[in-house]
Design a binder for this molecule. Structure first.
Ligand SMILES: Cc1cc2nc3c(=O)[nH]c(=O)nc-3n(C[C@H](O)[C@H](O)[C@H](O)COP(=O)(O)OP(=O)(O)OC[C@H]3O[C@@H](n4cnc5c(N)ncnc54)[C@H](O)[C@@H]3O)c2cc1C
Length: 385
């Protein structure tokens, strides 16, 4: 394998060719469709949507350092990073728990960004207490018949498949009767009802199952042993989206000072205000401290010195950090950040209000802040209950 420096050079030359200027704007909404689709194909052809997965499943076969170098080069030119529930959550879980047949069937389409997945975990009575889930799956021949309801299912209205937690044995302690199963969304017996959020978007839905069918061979891990699989997937969710160095460096591609300069400008004196300067400085320090903490934690975890739940620590601090980052940006914008609709506000100001609202959810998804603190206490600090 090439040295890291040689590899970075190779990535830079390739990116020069493969990435048009119009896409060098990071992960914005409404990127030009055709250019984006060519970019996805170009990445997929090299296995670089899932760079660390084995090549036989469509990955790039890179080791951790080369995969990290690739990501940092892509982020440096503000290339759109192509990620999904499939790449960050289901894929790594299947690599560990899937049968060979499941890996062959499901991983390559994920690594080509061809199939959209959603996550069927939460239910109206099972969020933080996830193991209380009631959605039933009953075996009929070589299929499970599924009945019940999920909620807050991100992207369910666009998803092709769902990875879902179901109760396969109601007569045992709650953690022992759960299975992790995969099935298609486009079938009779699956109904999706989108929910509109406070920021105006409708990214998630309620999903109703009434006799939906899943092949029995698509249970991942042992039947009734899904809780272990579910927890591992949550570890991946928490570390890719905030609890890892990679997640953080992605989130930090624009510093807060840059963000305030871009959105507020310099002319109104906001950056000269000592109160704001102090908060900006504290925020930048927090971001730097967190990056270093996660780098140390990553090394300790790789050396087997800590458990894999270290991602909860990163997710918890990251959620607080992005929320307070948006609080500062709102403070800087002043009353122009209070717009919701109608005249008197520019489009960017309305976006600011919505961005602030959106980050309120960061301390909820993937387990609330309180739940992360419980996990850190129990499985990182090993404090007895
Ligand atoms: C943006 C977003 C996207 C999401 N996407 C998905 C998805 O794709 N798929 C999916 O399955 N789910 C998804 N969720 C749901 C999410 O996982 C749940 O909202 C979350 O786990 C909390 O569950 P709940 O909403 O039922 O709140 P509850 O569990 O009812 O919690 C209510 C409050 O009680 C507190 N609490 C509960 N138990 C404890 C405890 N033991 N100790 C201390 N405090 C406690 C919580 O911290 C919270 O403040 C998403 C949520 C959001 C916000």
């Amino acid at each position: 394998m090439a040295s890291i420096e040689e590899f970075k050079q190779e990535v830079r030359s390739w990116v020069e060719e493969a990435l048009p200027a119009e896409l060098r704007v990071g992960n914005r909404k409404n990127l030009p469709r055709e250019a984006l689709s060519l970019w996805v194909d170009a990445l997929a052809a090299r296995g670089w949507i899932t760079p660390s997965w084995p090549t036989e499943y469509g990955g790039g076969g890179l080791d951790r350092k080369h995969a990290a170098a690739l990501m940092s080069e892509l982020k440096a030119v503000r290339a759109p990073i192509i990620g999904s529930f499939g790449t960050s959550m289901l894929g790594p879980t299947l690599l560990e728990f899937g049968t060979e047949e499941q890996k062959q069937e499901f991983l390559p389409p994920i690594s080509r960004h061809e199939v959209k997945w959603c996550q069927g975990y939460s239910e109206p009575g099972a969020g933080s207490d996830l193991a209380s889930l009631q959605t039933r799956a009953v075996l009929e021949g070589d299929e499970y018949v599924i009945t019940g309801q999920k909620i807050w299912t991100t992207g369910a209205d666009k998803a092709d498949w769902i990875f879902c937690l179901v109760r396969t044995d109601p007569d045992v302690p709650k953690h022992d009767g759960i299975s992790f199963i995969l099935f298609p969304m486009h079938q009779d017996g699956v109904e999706v009802a989108p929910l509109t959020l406070i920021d105006g978007s409708a990214d998630f839905s309620q999903v109703f199952f009434d006799g939906a069918r899943a092949k029995a061979k698509n249970v991942v891990g042992p039947v009734n042993g899904g809780w272990t699989v579910a927890k591992r997937l949550l570890q991946h969710e928490r570390s890719t989206d905030g609890g890892s160095e990679g997640g953080l460096s992605g989130a930090q591609k624009e510093t807060l000072v840059q963000l305030v300069k871009r959105e507020v400008g310099l002319e109104n004196g906001v950056l000269a205000d000592p109160a704001i300067r102090q908060r900006l400085a504290a925020q930048e320090l927090e971001a730097k401290a967190l990056r270093l903490t996660m780098r140390r934690a990553g090394e300790e975890a790789r050396a087997g010195q800590t458990g894999r739940d270290i991602g909860s620590l990163g997710k918890y601090r990251w959620a607080n950090m992005v929320k307070s980052e948006q609080d500062i940006a709102m403070l800087a914008v002043g009353t122009q950040g209070l717009g919701w609709d109608g005249p008197g506000f520019e489009g960017t100001q309305l976006d600011r209000t919505r961005a602030w609202l959106t980050t309120r959810a960061d301390s909820i998804w993937g387990g609330t802040n309180e739940v992360q603190l419980n996990v850190i206490a129990k499985r990182v600090l090993l404090i007895p209950e």
